[in-house]
Design a protein. Structure first.
Lengths: 301, 292
């Protein structure tokens, strides 16, 4: 089943080409859309919502063409913008109820859905307070709630983790995962950070300068870049030497060692090597692939 | 062993499979939401002060008039002169409340959320205008209706002023439409509410001052025809001339007689042109805002 598909999608602005011959297909589940600022992510979302006409090519959302069925698409798609979009003098409840009505829900249904959705995104007593006094984390939750309130079949989330602290980021990512799995709503989520999306997405699309750089399932992504970062207090050279001796590929990266993971046993080898050399292990973490790494890699892998 | 009572069950996510209404429902919901907002309902207590204070002031002449009718059995304020007499209050209400309908959505960027839903840009603008028109109409029509009911209850000697009342109601519709279109269009050009309030009130003061000064100058040189046109620079006298006097033959509320015959047609066209101009400006403004 295809949730959305674009075919040679191009959008030119007077001075820049925001999207250039973009052809992608997205299935159900959580899909990440990664790209630097100005890569064309927001333009793509606007076209998918039928708010912007493509200059060339076509796009379909849930089997409907964006240029002819914009209103029908907007009825069953939710959108969470990147920027602030909350009037400060309304409470989260009132605002969410109003937005549900704007999506065509009758008043009583709108109230029920708003209460349900606000609970799901984790807003409780504070939802009766004016939103002007909310923290960034709470604002992001309301923005997400208004995108979900009409029970869409697809939600487009533009930079949902923007401005959140590490804990808020984790909670937001967990929520996005939950939407894709438990709620059964397909998600298209954009971000600058591939490492972040890696944790929640089934499929990742990387675009740069409006062009498709890569579109593959998350498994393929992580397979090619399995590294583990190791930091020890002293004796970095000794550890590197020991690991190379044991047949691991090690590269020094500042105060850290990047170890290529051949098989799960690599982790055991690493642990044993640190113990044998009696080193103080500061940190050991799974390599986070950042968007820059994808750009550095040859495209044909 | 007894079952625990009062447990909150996590019933998980429930899908919505009820009705989904169309654009018309959403537009109506938006208009109602805005109308409530204009009177400060669903907003903070502070937001209710100005609209309700002004609505109260609008009621005063009606109440006093009823008291006079009851006590000395004499008519006090005329129906068709009500709007012109109270023009400052209407203008302040328009200036203070019309920016509320448009400015916050632009300033806090709520507009993209509306546009990502089935309503179109035209629906949005229409709903906002409708809200302000209904608010202005209520502000004027409620005191007029109270006054009329008062007159009927007191039962003055002679026939009731039913036709004057109906003329003033038609006038109220015209006032509401013209003033709201002007006010909302002017306010929509700035996302800042304070600036919007200042622009609308400045527009009213300017037109009313210019019309008074020009008319007075022309009258001093005995050019009464031109002076009558000069009065109509003030939108309150324009509606009075076009609708209340022109269409329904009421007595003019301005200290002049308005142009008759073809003059009435010109006044009506002028009024319609102003409305059309405001709506066009508003739509263009929002086309630009939506493209951002």
């Amino acid at each position: 089943m295809t949730i959305l598909a674009t075919e040679g999608l191009t959008r030119r602005f007077p001075r820049v080409t925001a999207l250039d011959q973009l052809t992608v297909t997205v299935g159900p589940g959580v899909t990440g859309l990664v790209g630097a600022n100005g890569a064309g992510k927001s333009t793509l979302i606007k076209i998918l919502l039928g708010l912007l006409e493509p200059s060339a090519g076509s796009a379909q959302v849930l089997g409907m063409d964006v240029t002819t069925h914009g209103a029908e698409i907007r009825r069953i798609v939710g959108y969470m913008p990147e920027h602030d979009c909350l009037p400060p003098d309304l409470s989260a409840t009132e605002f969410t109820v109003h937005m549900a009505q704007m999506s065509g829900l009758p008043r009583t249904a709108a109230r029920e859905r708003a209460a349900d959705v606000l609970r799901h995104v984790g807003l409780y007593e504070e939802r009766y307070r004016a939103m002007g006094g909310y923290s960034t984390g709470m604002k992001q939750r309301v923005k997400l709630a208004q995108a979900l309130v009409h029970d869409p079949r697809l939600v487009l989330l533009d930079e949902p983790t923007n401005g959140l602290d590490p804990q808020g980021r984790d909670e937001m990512l967990a929520l996005i995962r939950k939407i894709g799995t438990e709620f059964g709503i397909s998600v298209l989520v954009t971000s600058h950070l591939l490492g972040e999306l890696e944790r929640v997405c089934d499929h990742v699309i990387v675009i740069d300068g409006g062009r498709l750089l890569r579109s593959s399932s998350i498994a393929e992504f992580t397979q090619t870049t399995q590294t583990v970062t190791v930091e020890v207090e002293e004796g970095q050279e000794a550890l590197a030497a020991r690991l190379t001796e044991l047949g691991e590929t090690v590269t020094a990266h500042g105060r850290m060692l990047l170890v290529h993971v051949r098989a799960p046993e690599t982790f055991d080898t690493l642990r044993d090597a640190v113990c044998e050399l009696d080193l103080c292990l500061v940190r050991m973490e799974q390599g986070r692939q950042r968007i820059e790494d994808v750009f550095r890699e040859p495209v044909n892998v | 062993m007894s079952e625990p009572t009062g447990v909150i069950h996590d019933i998980g996510y429930r899908h919505y499979d009820g009705v989904r209404l169309g654009r018309a429902h959403a537009t109506l919901a938006l208009a109602l939401h805005s109308l409530r907002g204009v009177f400060g309902l669903g907003r903070t207590a502070r937001a209710k002060i100005i609209p309700f204070l002004l609505a109260g002031v609008m009621m005063l002449p009606a109440v006093v008039s009823i008291a006079i009718m009851a006590l000395i059995k004499q008519e006090a304020i005329g129906y068709t002169t009500y709007a012109v007499t109270m023009q400052a209050v209407l203008a302040i209400f328009l200036a203070s409340q019309s920016p509320y309908t448009v400015a916050p959505d632009l300033r806090f960027r709520v507009l993209p959320l509306y546009l990502s839903r089935p309503v179109t840009l035209i629906d949005y603008v229409g709903a906002k205008l409708a809200a302000m028109v209904v608010a202005m109409f209520l502000l004027l029509a409620v005191p007029l209706t109270v006054l009329f009911v008062g007159e009927l209850v007191i039962d003055l000697p002679g026939p009731a002023h039913t036709s004057a009342y109906l003329t003033s109601m038609a006038g109220a519709v015209a006032y509401a439409v013209l003033l709201s279109c002007l006010g909302v269009a002017i306010a929509s050009f700035t996302p800042r509410r304070g600036l919007g309030v200042a622009s609308v009130i400045a527009f009213y003061l300017l037109t009313s001052a210019v019309s008074t000064v020009v008319a007075a100058t022309l009258e001093s040189v005995n050019d009464y025809t031109a002076a009558a046109w000069a009065w109509m620079i003030n939108p309150f006298f324009l509606v009075d001339a076009a609708v209340q006097v022109g269409l329904f033959g009421a007595a003019p509320s301005a200290p002049t007689t308005y142009p008759a015959g073809a003059g009435v047609a010109v006044a009506i066209l002028l009024m319609l042109a102003l409305i059309a101009l405001s709506v066009t400006a508003l739509v263009l403004r929002y086309r630009k805002a939506a493209a951002r």
